[in-house]
Design a protein around this ligand. Structure first.
Ligand SMILES: *Cc1c(COP(=O)(O)O)cnc(C)c1O
Length: 438
């Protein structure tokens, strides 16, 4: 399979190039040249399949031309060592819980798959420039921990996590600043958008790229993005088993729009979903686009759902591309909604009181927008993207009760924080990277 750039100004590339380079030379994002439709036999069998088996089938359709089936099956098995269950929350509303992995958030799925696939591609292609591959990742909280933990100890790969100082929760911070080894945490005096801009600038810097091998693990990377489609099919399989798979609506709390983009790709592969809903926090650039047809990125503002604090969602380019740049076609498949900070708190409180289901601030955006948008006869699923204990102070404030913390999280917070402070300045970042070669 070849991959083309959404920028349309660079030539198509093979899987290895797309994954190793992340971004096309024209600054576009790579898209698969064909989105394969899954065979009807797959949909006949799907209720009887495990999540790993589902993932292996979907992965084979996407990557089967380029990676031998036995290797692909192993990569999926090693990435999906945990379940993504569907849990009933109230009448006609289910939570798809994506927080049962090592860092208790959905990005574990894509991060672990990408680490294994990149490991495979690096050990099977012609050698890269020699020396280490440097994975640069900008994080508003959860990406950094998922990537750092997914790649921890992977030989030949060094991970640099850039995060906005003081804007991620202490619990999130501990998950990528305490690991050591091949993981370096860079604490940027700026916002998440600044971190993302520094990473993008690094990929475009000729000198840096001639001296070091750089790649990304944000959802701009295909290998992070595409495996996220697995759990959409997994959710559908569970609904089929429960006889609830007619007229399914899926609501995705969105920031960079990678998660919803993988759902839209799943739909294109044949997943029977009526429509998607994108839930925004106050960073509602996409919602405004749905309304007006105009895309006006702007600086992000800080909210309780900080992994969605994105002012210029990178996967917007992929969504436009997927729908042939038609606002009309996009609004046929995707609706939107916005949740303010005070609504995040009241939603967590009300859902806890009413359903004894504890939401995290991101899931709260999904649940609220879904409950308001669901029509009679529809079955609604919202993605619960992180464990509520990852956002302890917000959740505690909302329900005014103690929240038990899973041991996995406590173990991180007992570690010693080590970070490299950095001003929001590209030359300073470049120097930090180059100094690591000495
Ligand atoms: C990253 C993240 C999101 C947003 O996902 P995108 O793919 O960037 O849209 C939502 N919730 C949580 C908990 C996240 O970590």
């Amino acid at each position: 399979m070849n991959y083309y750039s959404t920028g349309k100004a660079s030539p198509p590339v093979d899987l290895r190039t797309a994954v190793v380079h992340s971004l096309a030379p024209d600054k576009g994002l790579y898209m698969p040249e064909r989105i394969p439709a899954l065979p009807s036999s797959f949909f006949e069998e799907i209720p009887h399949m495990s999540l790993v088996e589902i993932g292996q089938n979907v992965a084979f359709a996407l990557f089967g031309e380029d990676v031998p089936k036995a290797d692909l099956d192993r990569i999926v098995r090693e990435a999906l060592t945990f379940d993504c269950p569907i849990v009933p929350v109230e009448k006609d509303i289910y939570a798809l819980e994506l927080f049962h992995g090592p860092t208790l958030a959905f990005k574990d799925v894509g991060a672990r798959f990408m680490a294994k696939l990149l490991g495979y591609l690096l050990s099977h292609g012609t050698a890269s420039q020699g020396g280490e591959v440097n994975v640069l990742v900008a994080t508003s909280g959860d990406t950094g921990s998922a990537i750092a933990n997914g790649f921890l100890g992977v030989e030949g790969i060094h991970v640099w996590v850039l995060y906005p100082s003081g804007r991620v929760s202490p619990m999130q911070e501990s998950q990528f600043t305490t690991l050591g080894g091949n993981i370096t945490a860079v604490e940027v005096n700026g916002s998440f958008d600044d971190c993302q801009a520094l990473v993008k600038a690094a990929f475009m810097d000729k000198e840096l790229n001639s001296r070091m091998f750089l790649t990304s693990a944000n959802s701009i990377n295909l290998a992070r993005l595409l495996p996220q489609s697995f759990y959409y099919f997994g959710a559908y399989a569970s609904l089929r088993r429960q006889g609830r798979s007619e007229d399914v609506v899926i609501c995705v709390p969105s920031g960079n729009f990678g998660n919803i983009c993988s759902g839209l790709i799943a739909k294109r592969m044949g997943l029977p979903v009526s429509r998607f809903i994108a839930a925004n926090n106050s960073n509602d650039v996409f919602f405004q686009y749905l309304r007006s047809g105009k895309y006006s990125p702007r600086p992000s503002v800080t909210t309780y759902a900080n992994a969605m604090d994105v002012g210029a969602p990178s996967n917007f380019a992929r969504i436009l591309d997927l729908y042939g740049y038609s606002h009309e076609r996009i609004t046929e498949d995707i609706e939107g909604g916005v949740v303010s900070d005070s609504q995040i708190l009241s939603t967590i409180r009300e859902c806890w009181k009413k359903n004894s289901y504890l939401l995290d601030p991101h899931g709260a955006c999904g649940y609220k927008v879904l409950s308001e948008g669901l029509r009679p006869g529809e079955v609604g699923v919202f993605l619960e993207t992180a464990h509520p204990a990852k956002f302890l102070s917000t959740v505690k404030d909302a329900i005014r009760e103690d929240v038990p913390i899973p041991e996995r999280l406590l173990a991180f917070s007992r570690g010693k924080k080590v970070s490299v402070p950095l001003e929001n300045d590209f030359n300073a970042f470049k120097k930090t990277l180059l100094d690591s070669l000495k």
